[in-house]
Write a protein that binds this ligand. Structure first.
Ligand SMILES: [Zn+2]
Ligand SMILES: [Zn+2]
Length: 422
């Protein structure tokens, strides 16, 4: 597998994401579900006459979180194996986030975060690969990989090369762990140096003006003064960092305490059900499910949230995952595995003409049919009917349009039954 291509894809996505918020330029390297989330978020921003601008400045290298790529056999309704490789990449980013209301700046914030991207690539050697279904990146219609490459999409006629279709990004999320970036440290060093010089100059102005002392004396007092001021300012900024660290530490401790043992417990209990279980992938799944619920125009019509108990998320503009969740319950009953989680996030909302941010704990209940593996290539836009094998868009149809059988998302992916703030 060409890892270099995936590293490049990581950075390409960042450029495309920035251009997307600036110019509404479409993003080519993501799957339909991410595009769907971005469109839903855009629709919400438009509803409130808001514009979001995101600027990224990358720091350091791109890293692979699971260097030993997972080989994921996906079992479809015909029991044939399709092979994909999935990896998670991350890099530190200085982000500058701005919101405009009717083109007037109402919110601006810098943050230092880690941005994670899940990248899936296809094993071209696999003989069943060409028959797997794929959503046309141009029009969203479903056809097989073979058709898209050989004859082009039957609906919009666009032809693709394999490199246009894989690798692609299936998820992205950012974690703010509160560390200090090199950029911030550089800024503080410059701040200390300039302030110390200015303060010492002011102190020495009397001597210079009255010229009562020799130039030698003035220079010495200037340098000594600057040194003392730099030291005092250094103490002051260190103290400020310490306060910030303690504040963030308190928050991290809450998350750490709340999520203690979660990874171990979930991995231990879910691996027997799915031999390919991967905690990082699962974490990404939780974030993408939350995002789907919070940004849906009418969440109750989504097949993945049937009968779900939901809070109002109508004014949520963005969510940031804190990198941890706690587990309230995990049990298996009547062929289903049930899971209740407390997910720690920061919510950005539009309230009374202002952008508000608050830390929230979201209770998320989800379930999955144990006898089927979670389909890593699952997309709500191209589900496979387990009854007749047809592919269709589950946003529009709760019943298979071909055989009329009700579609149960729980056999292919996680189904959400509750999303409420605690
Ligand atoms: Zn098409
Ligand atoms: Zn069907």
């Amino acid at each position: 597998m060409d890892k270099q291509q995936e590293f490049l894809l990581y950075s390409k996505f960042l450029c495309e994401l920035k251009a997307y918020y600036y110019k509404q330029k479409s993003i080519s390297c993501v799957n339909q579900d991410i595009r769907y989330f971005l469109e839903s978020q855009q629709a919400r921003l438009n509803k409130y006459n808001l514009t979001l601008r995101l600027d990224y400045e990358s720091e350091g290298n791109v890293y692979n979180a699971n260097m030993v790529a997972n080989t994921i056999p996906v079992v479809n309704q015909f029991e044939c194996m399709t092979k994909f490789n999935e990896s998670i990449y991350y890099q530190r980013q200085n982000i500058h986030k701005r919101y405009f209301f009717n083109n007037k700046l109402i919110y601006s914030k810098n943050a230092y975060i880690t941005l994670y991207e899940t990248i899936i690539s296809a094993d071209e050697q696999n003989q069943h690969l060409q028959n797997s279904t794929y959503c046309c990146p141009n029009c969203g219609a479903i056809s097989t990989l073979k058709t898209l490459q050989q004859e082009g999409c039957p609906y919009c006629k666009t032809s693709y090369l394999m490199s246009d279709l894989y690798p692609k990004i299936t998820n992205f999320y950012m974690i703010n762990d509160g560390s200090v970036s090199n950029q911030q440290l550089g800024f503080h060093k410059r701040f200390i140096a300039i302030s110390a010089i200015v303060l010492s100059l002011i102190q020495n102005i009397y001597y210079v003006l009255h010229d009562s002392e020799g130039i030698y004396f003035v220079l010495v007092t200037f340098f000594i003064g600057a040194g003392i001021w730099a030291f005092l300012l250094y103490l002051l900024t260190s103290f400020w960092y310490l306060i910030r660290l303690l504040k963030q530490g308190k928050q991290s401790l809450t998350i750490l305490h709340g999520s203690k043992g979660t990874k171990k417990r979930i991995t231990k209990q879910l691996t027997p059900l799915d031999p390919n279980f991967d905690y990082e992938y699962f974490e990404g799944k939780v974030v993408s499910l939350l995002r789907m619920v919070m940004f849906a125009k009418q969440p109750d019509t989504l097949v993945q949230f049937q009968g779900a108990q939901l809070d109002h998320f109508d004014n949520v503009l963005d969510i940031a995952y804190h990198g941890g969740f706690g587990i309230t319950s995990l049990y298996i009953k009547d062929e289903y595995v049930y899971l209740v989680l407390n997910v720690y996030i920061t919510e950005t909302r539009f309230e009374n003409g202002n952008i508000k941010e608050s830390d929230e704990v979201i209770e998320l209940s989800m379930q999955h049919y144990c006898n089927h593996l979670v389909n890593r290539e699952f997309s709500i836009l191209k589900v496979n009917c387990p009854h007749c094998g047809a592919s269709f868009d589950a946003r529009k149809h709760h019943h298979c349009p071909y055989c009329k059988e009700e579609y149960d998302v729980g056999s292919e992916d996680w189904m959400v039954t509750k999303v409420v703030r605690k």
